[in-house]
Design a protein around this ligand. Structure first.
Ligand SMILES: Nc1nc2c(c(=O)[nH]1)N[C@H]1C(S)=C(S)[C@@H](COP(=O)(O)O)O[C@H]1N2
Ligand SMILES: [Mo]
Length: 921
């Protein structure tokens, strides 16, 4: 059936109040007051049928996008045997993020995940939400890919919108949308669009590509209504043998000209390929984000070929010359690094690297990321979990199998696939909005399909990961390995979901699922977690079982960063390596030797962390905490290779006096108590493995604490000094001031946030001792391996800087045989911030004034207060620190700014030689 011409309706609608608004701002204001709506028309009867006819008759052409009209609208209903239209809920407000942008008039769903900040708008729905919406995606959950601002098109402009068809044709012509509708059969096709960047985040975690981070929801399906491009081409008659391409141009205004791309004429002219010039989506006008008033739809190809806001169709002897036709939607060879791609134009102009058809792809939507499954072992019924997800292929090819692996790719089992698209093949549906919705004679598959795979809870609980792969009619299938390339597009390696198993207090097994990544900038997923842990995420191994299945590479891989320096080929023997002076530390990473001396001063983790690994294999620590930048830096210090026979023998120094700490080995301790000390500080007590075990930490030294963030999976480590008394056995106490996420620091302190997440029973790892200073007692200190007699000790601490100093203070004062005297200033913001005040005051009461001079200063004006007010300054230092002397030493711990701007100059003014007498913790 050819739909009846809608001329009458056009003239009717042009007399409506909407049409009299010509400027955009007026239009916008009208948009928020809905016109007489379809659904509230008084003539509407109660039955869906009468509603349906009413709908058609009042349809203005071209009609309004839902978001410019009212929030809940749906296209005409479909017969019951077809997949039903989703509920379209488009907000009637402009989101905050869009206010300062050129898109400050587009109403968008705030639930969408924004992938490129505020502007331009690129977004996808949360994967679980997209999936639950079903076969047809409502406009408010459909992914959006805009290279720039959305062209502002109001009703009047839409009515006058023309598409010019020109070039190598017998008959050039310009169509309005009405004319297209009148002249050609109106058709509707269900089509899945997927951006070529779908799943790019996974590539970005392996190594940053030139593109932003799509999750697995850069794919959506809708009913698209328009006319066949093939019919238009028939009408304009391309000139035979000359015309080769059909070039489309959009109405958006981008820095390098409008968006445009092209199709081969032979494909475009073939109705089987289903290319449409479309004005409606799910029976409603296109949303501004999806091309209002008209766009191209190219089924089976990447979304990038479906030009939105279509202005021109040129029939040409050459492909599109538009900037983004060349500089986007390419799959460059994997050897071409991003910088090289930017610099070398020829890659982009090589026709072999263009992407047209989609490749076969699939993803797991259920279980969702972080979903939890509680397993009830007591029940007799063997419960099962339906693992579910989507799959799609390109070029009209059907997905012919979806397989699931529960053993990390060793064996695969078929999942059950449903093809909702096939329901449209059973009968033809026609009406004046959809025109003819007829797949009865089509063999092409242009839509995603859904698969299900039931796994019994028992089996699921014994798995470390779920993996899916699909195959299409051409027997193309998803590979185990990622094809990483500079644009990160068409990523379709196996989709893997990690499974974490824990046992609850009540003995229940809890499974928690972890997707590879989260869309956009959101942290999380096993890829980031394993990368931080130094694992090779391009060959991921899940859980203990995975290790048996595929033995790990012996050495941790280092992303794509080269850890060696070109030209360095010195061979270093273990003897030579070991004989190196530890003040000029050499260490080994992956069998290569590095000289850390030049970096002692600037290392972000402090020089101590380098001194600590002097003469040792630092591979494990290095990979646990370093980013690509750290790795690039490391290569600068490469001096040679440890000769092979010796690298196998890992030099480890362990001491055997029964004490806990080891300098070259991380050891676990379990959190056994948490006490709140003040508004932001807590005392964390960790149990050592043995109840009577000494810690093995000399006074004045520190330990490294390492923990895994429970939210991000990131490994973080810092040096701390415990506050437990010297000689305490079986436990270690840390006093931690928490820097939690706040309005000012949205991420909070990396390490202390990690502490805050710890629950009793959780463990952290310790290693040590470290530090260049030891208080040996009896007026002696060992500093940088030089022993000295110390009779006067000044101590300056800012805030939580008291902790390393406290150990020395106690040791000095508790020893009644020594005459060493101590001066201490504790600088804080408020009185509540002073840590260990009670202990300090008690020590003062016991040992003051003769041996211990104690002073406080507060930077925030207190009420009644016997000590100083104001930041630390020269006057305070002169008054409360000892005079310079040969047997004097000053210890300081606090913020860098305080040390370099106040303490050092202040002490120098007093006559101290800070090089020789100032110990900075
Ligand atoms: N005019 C124009 N058309 C365009 C784009 C664009 O930025 N401008 N983006 C393209 C890309 S890369 C994709 S994936 C699809 C996305 O369509 P959607 O936003 O309707 O989902 O539109 C394509 N058409
Ligand atoms: Mo795209």
């Amino acid at each position: 059936m050819i739909p009846k011409p809608l001329v009458e309706q056009i003239s009717r609608s042009s007399s409506s109040s909407l049409d009299t608004n010509s400027s955009f701002s007026e239009f916008d204001s009208v948009a928020t007051t809905p016109p007489t709506s379809f659904t509230t028309s008084p003539s509407l009867g109660g039955t869906p049928d009468s509603m349906y006819h009413e709908f058609q008759d009042s349809l203005p052409v071209p009609f309004f996008p839902a978001s410019l009209d009212q929030s809940e609208r749906n296209g005409p209903q479909l017969p019951q045997y077809l997949p039903q239209l989703p509920n379209n809920v488009t907000p009637t407000e402009v989101a905050k993020q869009d206010l300062g942008t050129p898109d400050n008039w587009v109403n968008r769903n705030p639930e969408l995940v924004r992938l490129t900040g505020k502007h331009p708008f690129n977004s996808e729905a949360p994967l679980g939400v997209l999936f639950e919406a079903g076969f047809l995606t409502p406009a408010h959950l459909h992914f959006v890919r805009n290279h720039g601002a959305v062209p502002q098109v109001n009703h009047e402009m839409a009515a006058k919108w023309t598409i010019r068809v020109y070039g190598l044709v017998e008959q050039e012509i310009t169509f309005t949308l009405q004319e297209l509708q009148e002249r050609f059969p109106v058709v509707t096709l269900p089509v899945t669009l997927a951006c070529a960047g779908n799943r790019r985040k996974e590539q970005n975690v392996v190594q940053k590509t030139l593109g932003f981070s799509w999750g697995a929801a850069g794919v959506s399906t809708a009913l698209w209504t328009g006319v066949y491009l093939a019919d238009i081409l028939d009408y304009v008659k391309p000139i035979r043998r000359q015309a080769k391409y059909v070039v489309f141009e959009g109405g958006d205004n981008l820095p390098n000209g409008p968006y445009g791309t092209s199709q081969r004429l032979s494909w475009a002219a073939n109705k089987d390929r289903g290319m449409l010039i479309a004005w409606a989506m799910n029976g409603l006008p296109l949303e501004p984000d999806h091309g209002f008033p008209v766009r191209v739809i190219v089924p089976g190809q990447i979304g990038g070929r479906s030009v939105k806001w279509l202005r021109h169709i040129e029939i040409s002897d050459r492909e599109s010359q538009h900037h983004l036709h060349f500089w986007d939607n390419k799959m460059l060879p994997t050897q071409v690094m991003p910088d090289q791609a930017r610099a070398e134009k020829h890659w982009w102009y090589d026709p072999r690297y263009i992407i047209t058809d989609l490749n076969v792809n699939s993803a797991i939507a259920r279980p969702d990321h972080n979903e939890k499954l509680y397993i009830d072992k007591t029940s007799d019924i063997i419960a099962s979990y339906p693992v579910r997800g989507y799959a799609y292929a390109g070029g009209g090819r059907r997905v012919t199998r979806v397989e699931i692996s529960l053993d990390q790719g060793e064996t695969w089992t078929l999942a059950n696939i449903k093809y909702p698209e096939d329901l449209f093949r059973e009968a033809c549906h026609q009406d004046s909005v959809y025109g003819s919705l007829d797949l009865t004679e089509r063999d092409t598959s242009f839509c995603w399909c859904f698969w299900t795979f039931d796994v019994s809870h028992d089996i699921l609980a014994s798995c470390d990961a779920l993996m899916v792969r699909a195959m299409d009619e051409s027997l193309g299938f998803q590979q185990r390995d990622m094809y990483w390339h500079a644009l990160g597009m068409m990523n379709n390696w196996w989709f893997r979901v990690a499974i974490h198993k824990t046992v609850n207090d009540d003995g229940k097994i809890v499974l928690q699922f972890e997707h590879p990544t989260l869309a956009g900038t959101a942290p999380g997923g096993w890829m980031e977690r394993m990368k931080v842990a130094g694992e090779d995420i391009t060959k991921p191994v899940f859980g203990e079982n995975g290790k048996d299945l595929r033995p790990r590479a012996p050495k941790p891989q280092s992303d794509d960063v080269c850890l060696t320096k070109p030209g360095v080929n010195r061979k270093i023997t273990l003897e030579e390596f070991k004989a190196q002076n530890h003040q000029q530390p050499w260490f080994v990473v992956n069998g290569e030797v590095y000289d850390g001396t030049p970096f002692l001063k600037d290392h972000p983790g402090g020089g101590d962390s380098i001194l600590l690994v002097a003469g040792e294999d630092a591979s494990e620590d290095f990979f646990a905490i370093h980013s690509a930048e750290g790795k690039i830096k490391l290569a600068e210090y490469h001096i040679g290779t440890l000769v092979p026979s010796i690298t196998q023998e890992k030099p480890i120094i362990t001491h055997s006096d029964g004490s806990f700490l080891e300098r070259s080995r991380w050891k676990c301790v379990r959190l056994c108590d948490i006490k709140q000390i003040n508004h932001d500080s807590y005392l964390y007590r960790f149990a050592l493995p043995e109840a009577d075990q000494p810690l093995g930490l000399p006074v004045g030294q520190h330990v490294f604490v390492r923990l895994r963030r429970q939210d991000t999976g990131e490994m973080v480590q810092r040096a701390y000094t415990p506050v437990s008394q010297q000689g305490a056995v079986g436990f270690i106490d840390f006093l931690i001031k928490l820097y939690l996420p706040s309005a000012l620091t949205p991420t909070g302190g990396k390490m202390t946030t990690g502490f805050h997440q710890l629950r009793l029973g959780d463990s952290v790892e310790l290693k040590g001792p470290l530090g260049s200073f030891i208080w040996e007692g009896q007026s002696t200190a060992l500093w940088k391996e030089v022993r000295m007699t110390v009779k006067e000790v000044g101590m300056i601490c800012g805030g939580s800087g008291i902790t390393p100093i406290l150990q020395v203070l106690r040791s000095i004062l508790q020893n009644t045989e020594t005459e060493t005297r101590v001066w201490l200033i504790s600088a804080n913001k408020t009185e509540q911030d002073i840590l260990c005040r009670e202990e300090l005051d008690t020590l003062f009461a016991t040992h003051g004034m003769e041996r211990f001079k104690l002073h406080y200063t507060l930077s925030v004006m207190p009420g009644v207060w016997p000590y100083s007010v104001g930041r630390l300054n020269d006057v305070l230092l002169a008054e409360h620190m000892p005079r310079p002397s040969d047997h004097g030493l000053i210890l300081v711990c606090g913020p860098d700014a305080m040390i370099s701007h106040t303490v050092k100059p202040g002490l120098q003014n007093m006559g101290w030689d800070v090089e020789k007498s100032l110990v900075v913790f």
